[in-house]
Each structure stands twice: as C-alpha cells, then as structure tokens.
Design a protein around this ligand. Structure first.
Ligand code: MGD
Ligand code: SF4
Length: 721
C-alpha cells in the first residue's frame, strides 16, 4: 500500500519467537518506519526492539561485498572468486575425506526457504547429515520434551489461550524482557480482574516476577524437585482429573511408557513439598500454594517456559514435568489451559524444528534413523534410493568438536554467530581458526565474533531486503515481503545457497529462481504429515496475518488447538474423547516420572557461586543488530555481573567495580551490578555483549537426549579485577 511517499509492505519482526506482525514503511530504497499490524495476534503492539528495526538495515558495519582471508586480515573479493573458493574447498574435502568432512550450521532466524534449501543440499546433495543450527542451543529440549510426551513436536495451544487463563505458571522464562508483547497480553489478562494468579518460578527476581502473586525463588537446578512436589500435592489433595488420566494418558519411567497410575503415584510418594523445599532452598508452603492454584477445579491454567528449562542438562526431563501437571489435571486442550513453550527465535519452529534441519531430523516430523522416512524424502527430493545417509549427523557441540579434532574440514555458517554464542566459547573459537579448518560465514554485518574467524565472509541480505516465511511459537506461519533492495552486493541466503549448489554439481536440487518456488516444493513435503500445511499457498499467506497449522487444504481456516476434537482436522469429528494425541500409536500422552538430578556442574569450595546467563529487554542475542540501534545501545550498554548485596559485601565489591568471573573453563571481566533481585549465591550476566563474553565461562555439558547445552547453570568464583 502507498501512503504519501511511503510504501508499506507486510512483514514480521526480525527478533523473538513472539513473531509480531508489522508493516515496513519504505521510501525509495530506505526503510524509514515500522508499525505494528493491528490485525495480527500482536494487535498492533511492538516492543522497543521491534519499533527500532529500521536502523539496523543502514548500520555502518553492514557487510557490502564478499571477503576472503589474507593472513590476519581480509581482502575484498568478487562473488565469483569467493564462491569459487568455497566450492573448491568443499569439493576437495568431500573427495579426500568423504561427505561427513563438511557441515552446515544454521539458525532459527533464517527464512524457511533458506533453511530448507541448505538442508536439502547437504542431506540429499552432499550426502551428509551434518546439518545443525542454533535451535540446538535454544529449543532442542522443548522439542524432545514434546516428542517424548505427545509423539510429535510443537505446542498444541495458541496465544489466544493467554486471554482465557486463570492461572499462569511461568517457569524458566523472563517473559517481560524476552517476549515483551506476550507479557503485555498476560498483564492485560491479569488486569481484567478475574482473580487471575501468576506464579513465577525463577531463582532471580526479574521484571516478570514483578507481576507475580507468588514468586518462588529456588537454587538453580532444583526445579525438577519442585515440579514433582507440585504433582505430589495435586494427587494428595484430589486435584487431579481421574477420567482424563484413565482415557487419555499413559505413564512411563526411563524410556518405556509401560507403567500405571499407581506406579507413578508410588514414585511421587517421596517427592513431598518438604523434601523439595529443603533441596531447593524455598518454602514448602509456597510449593503447596502453587499446586493448589494450578489444580483448583473449574479454573484454567497455562504454563509458559523458555530457556530456563531448555538450556539444561536435565532440559528434556524438566520440560516433561511441566507437561505432567497439565496431563494429571486434564488442564489441556481447552481455551486457557495449555502447556506453551515460548520459542526463542522467530523461525526456530517454522524453519528448523518443523523443517527438520537438525542433524537427526528430516522435514516435517521425519527422522534420519527411519528408513521409511528417508525413502519418502528421497522420492520427494527426486534423488536415488539410498542417497540420504542413515547415520544421524553431529549435533552442535559435537559438530564444533569435530572441527576441533580435524574430522570436520569445512563448515558453512549461516545467520548465526557461534564465535560468541556457543558455551565454553574460547574452545570453539580456537577450533574455528584451527589450521586446516575452512570456515564460511554468511553475515549481514562485519566484523562479528564469528566473521572475524572466517576464511570467507559472504554478505547476506537482511530481513526486509528479502522475502520468505517465518513460523513462530504458536504454529503461526507468516510471509515477510521484500520492502527494499539488499545493500551493496549483499544477496539473500537462498540465492547464495542455489549458487553454491550449482557450483557443487547439485543445481538440479536447488533450481529456485525465487523463494516462492521453494515454498511450493515445501508444501508438498509437508502434505500428508502431522504438520500438514499444504493449503497455505503463497497467495493465502499474502492475504492473511499469519496462519496456524495444521492447514491441510486450500479452504481450511487453520488450527488454534491441536489434538482437540472439533478443532484439529486430524481428530475425527466422531472421536469418542475430547482429545486425540495422534502423534503416539495409542493416542495417549505420556506422564513421565523424572526424578531430581543435579545440573552438570555444582558449586563447591573452589567455585562457590552459581552462574546463569540470559537476555535483557533491549538486546537480541549477540547484539550485532540491536547494538546498532543508538537508543538500545545507550539504554543498555554493557554486560554487567549482577550479584546479591550480601555476596557483594562478602567479596568487598561495590556497584561499578570491575570483577573477574571465572569457571573451570575460562574467565571474563565485567563491571559489577549489586542487584536486590539477585538470589544469594547466584551471579547473572546477559549474553549480548561482544566485548564481554559470558560464554568464556559457561559450561558445554549437554542434555543426554536433546544434546542442548547448559547455558543456565555452572559454578564460578568472583574476584575484584
Ligand atoms: P545472533 O546474534 O542471533 O546469535 O546466538 P546466535 O544465533 O549466534 O546471530 C545471528 C547472526 O545472523 C547475527 O550475527 C546477525 O548479524 C546475522 N544475520 C542477521 N540476519 C541475517 C540474514 O538474513 N542472513 C545471514 N546470513 N545472517 C544474518 C543465539 C543463540 O545463543 C541461541 S539461539 C540461544 S537460545 C543461546 N542462548 C544463550 C544464553 O541464553 N546464554 C548464553 N550465555 N549463551 C547463549 N547462546 C545461545
Ligand atoms: Fe519483536 Fe519480539 Fe518485540 Fe514482538 S516482542 S516486537 S517479535 S522482539
């Protein structure tokens, strides 16, 4: 639409997994404004990051042409020269060492078409499953939690559930800062004055806990005990739904869902609130109160969680313990009652999880290890039977360890900044610069903490400079339309991948002249799966303000609540029960007994403080974009080490002092912030500052199932620097 000299195109915010719809206003080749889409789920609202998006496109450190490393610096190169070098290196590595000598590391911020193309090129063309991405650092535990409990990934609920919830259980999520527009919706619900209760489980007092009716602070890692104790209270006080459990739920322990309700109750017997409180350093009465509010009959309950649960060596288990609360109370699949994992990134769901762009996955619920799934994808991708390797590839931390030990020779990094965002980052920064390793980075900015390590840096078109699909937390897919031309010589990642495919002799696999052509192919790969959105044509996406799958035919309106009779097209209208968990063969969801376990590292005499990391309102991830916005940079300039006043007094540290935080892996210096909200014994640092890398300190231990690293917990000491 035109408005004076300003053209408005429909798009989505570049940042968090809330996925706010917006319009981009451009004049000539400049984006001059954004405004929230009043017809989208965000009702026209944007947070401060979204509102300041226009500044990032014209930032002074935009990369405008390809670069090739020369010694310790870089030289400008032509696209042909740079792509020729990349293709030659990849070809040489595959010829000499086989397909698994190369890999791809992508992002929950790439467009769906881009991630799809990379996945197809590497798995069906180059024949390696070494395709992983930053959703491994972000949502892998949520994914494995859903798959273990319901048989399929992705939440069953939707944002509208927030408008109907009587109780919010917010655990391991600082929603107010990380998902501000969703937080606004929770606040609005609370202010509507229907005795809405907000329970926040978080070791720190945060901007989110400010609205809590009950803030339960606890020792990092002790939340498994608390959630089991809540389940204990629900059974002890008869706050469970017997009929729902009898008809819709199975019980399990370990890997098998072969237990009974009686077995489960027996396992819970020792999980008393008193035992949990003693372990967690909180009040037993608070656990009881939280369980009573959650379980109260006739009231709805929604739980929300994010990295505080996912970035853990017990990430999958603790996810499943949240699902348990909903399944034993039957508070699921009705407006206002749902477990809803908040997604970190704007397209971790749509592009990577749904699109199957992790090392063990294939598109739309298929897995590498399943012969039938491989055969289906080989047919859809038009490659010979047996082309896709049956061996799952390397998940993120292992991928970078393979770069370290020389097994991986070439890595293509797209739309992510692992030189800052990996845990124990100095180890992997060294691996990226190892003699003999070849690192390609496609980036919109330079230098970043990864591009500075690369052999070739390729300039990528950014956000409104290209077109494609994003899929956010609630299974809502949106089309982002191109508003302006890319800066300088930058190209959309899809173009770059198609160019690379052609140079590697796989042009036929990626013949796409435009993203819409890739989308048409993607619809076919989703058809007939539990993700089916084959009715979501480009034209419908253009006309809509986001559509929720399943959406299996052109006329289908989309699905707000999955697995629910009368809403989900895959649950027969005459199904005798109100829900059908069709992801599992018996149609039942599983309540898993998962006992408390310690995190990967615990405090001791040498490293007596807990260390935890996360996001702040003003910044996005590694800061490449938001630190290019003047107002955001000024509002929150630098990562500070936040600590409790008593810890500060004991260590002789005052506000603003320089302190050195060290763990068994590495150390970094920060200025101290003595914060009332900090928990005694816990230090918090934001992850966004490229000049103060908290990941020098974090732990690269991973969850045994999801392989997601434990960014949220490790042991440190703190001294005045
Ligand atoms: P981003 O800053 O999002 O961080 O970490 P990263 O993904 O590494 O990196 C995206 C990069 O893509 C930016 O450098 C940006 O400039 C570039 N870019 C933007 N648009 C485009 C594009 O269209 N194409 C290309 N090619 N590049 C583009 C995030 C990661 O960090 C994640 S997902 C999580 S959940 C983890 N969280 C976390 C934490 O909580 N604590 C600590 N300590 N570390 C963490 N690391 C993880
Ligand atoms: Fe963007 Fe998230 Fe803010 Fe919405 S809440 S405007 S998606 S950063």
């Amino acid at each position: 639409a035109e408005d004076g000299d300003t053209r408005w195109t429909k798009s989505v915010c570049r940042y968090c997994g809330t996925g706010c719809g917006l319009y981009v206003g451009a004049r000539g080749d400049q984006v001059v404004a954004v405004r929230g889409d009043p017809e989208d789920h965000n009702a026209g609202f944007l947070c401060v990051k979204g509102a300041l998006l226009p500044q990032i496109l014209s930032a002074p450190d935009r990369l405008l042409h390809p670069l090739i490393r020369k010694g310790n610096g870089f030289q400008r190169a032509s696209w042909d020269e740079a792509m020729g070098l990349v293709a030659a290196k990849f070809q040489e590595a595959i010829q000499k060492f086989g397909p698994d000598a190369v890999g791809f590391y992508g992002s929950g911020q790439g467009l769906t078409e881009e991630t799809y193309a990379a996945n197809k090129l590497f798995k069906a063309g180059l024949r390696t499953n070494n395709v992983d991405g930053n959703p491994r650092l972000c949502m892998a535990s949520a994914t494995a939690g859903y798959v273990g409990t319901y048989g399929k990934d992705e939440p069953m609920g939707c944002y509208e559930d927030l408008d109907h919830a009587d109780v919010f259980l917010i655990i391991g999520s600082n929603t107010a800062e990380a998902h501000p527009v969703l937080f606004r919706r929770i606040v609005r619900r609370k202010e509507a004055g229907r005795n809405v209760k907000v329970i926040v489980l978080d070791p720190r007092r945060t901007a989110t806990s400010r609205i809590a009716d009950l803030h339960l602070s606890f020792k990092p890692g002790a939340d498994l005990a608390i959630l089991n104790a809540m389940a204990h209270v629900l059974f002890a006080e008869g706050l469970v739904d017997d009929a729902f459990m009898k008809d819709q739920v199975a019980f399990g322990e370990g890997a098998e869902a072969n237990k009974t309700r009686a077995d489960y109750e027996k396992s819970l017997a020792a999980c008393t609130p008193q035992a949990a409180a003693a372990l967690a350093g909180c009040n037993a009465e608070d656990i009881v109160r939280a369980a009573r509010w959650f379980g109260e009959k006739g009231r709805t309950a929604t739980s929300l969680w994010c990295m505080g649960l996912n970035q853990r060596t017990q990430g999958v288990w603790v996810n499943q313990l949240v699902h348990n609360l909903h399944l034993v109370t039957g508070k699921i699949g009705v407006p206002g009652s749902t477990p809803l994992s908040l997604t970190g990134q704007p397209n971790a769901c749509g592009g990577v999880r749904d699109g199957g762009a992790l090392s063990h996955l294939l598109p739309y619920g298929r897995v590498v290890a399943n012969e039938k799934h491989r055969a289906e994808m080989e047919k859809l991708w038009g490659v010979a039977p047996g082309t896709i390797s049956p061996k799952p590839g390397l998940p993120t931390v292992d991928l970078f360890r393979a770069l370290e030990d020389g097994k991986l020779k070439c890595l293509y990094v797209m739309c992510t900044n692992p030189g800052q965002s990996l845990p124990n980052v100095d180890r992997y920064r060294k691996a990226m610069r190892r003699e003999g390793a070849f690192l390609v980075v496609t980036e919109a900015f330079h230098p970043t903490r990864t591009s500075e390590l690369a052999d070739v840096v390729l300039p990528a078109a950014l956000w409104a400079e290209k077109e494609g699909v994003y899929g956010c937390t609630e299974r809502r897919y949106h089309l982002l339309e191109r508003a302006v031309a890319p800066r300088g010589e930058a190209r959309p990642d899809l173009d770059i991948l198609c160019d690379l495919a052609a140079r590697l002799g796989h042009g036929k696999l990626l013949p796409f002249k435009a993203p819409a052509e890739a989308w048409t192919e993607i619809l076919e790969t989703a058809r007939g799966t539990a993700y089916d959105f084959s009715g979501m044509t480009r034209a419908r996406l253009q006309q809509s303000h986001g559509l929720l799958w399943p959406l299996p035919s052109a006329g289908h309106p989309g699905t707000k609540r999955r697995y629910v009779r009368g809403e989900d097209p895959f649950v027969p209208a005459d199904h005798p029960l109100r829900m059908k968990f069709y992801g599992r063969p018996d149609g039942r969801a599983v309540v898993w007994f998962r006992p408390q376990r310690d995190p990967g590292e615990v405090v001791d005499a040498a490293y007596p403080l807990w260390f935890t990391t996360g996001r702040v309102l003003e910044h996005w991830h590694t800061g490449t974009m938001t630190r290019n916005c003047r107002e955001l940079r000024h509002a929150n300039a630098e990562a500070l080490a936040e600590l409790h006043p008593q810890d500060a007094a004991r260590l002789g540290v005052k506000d603003g002092d320089r302190v050195r935080v060290s763990s068994r892996r590495g150390a970094e210096t920060f200025r101290a912030k003595v914060a009332e909200g900090a928990r005694l014994g816990v230090v918090f640092v934001q992850m966004h500052d490229p000049d103060h890398l908290c990941n020098r300190v974090t732990h690269d231990a991973v969850d045994p199932v999801s392989r997601q690293p434990e960014f949220k917990i490790c042991a440190v000491k703190l001294e005045k620097a």
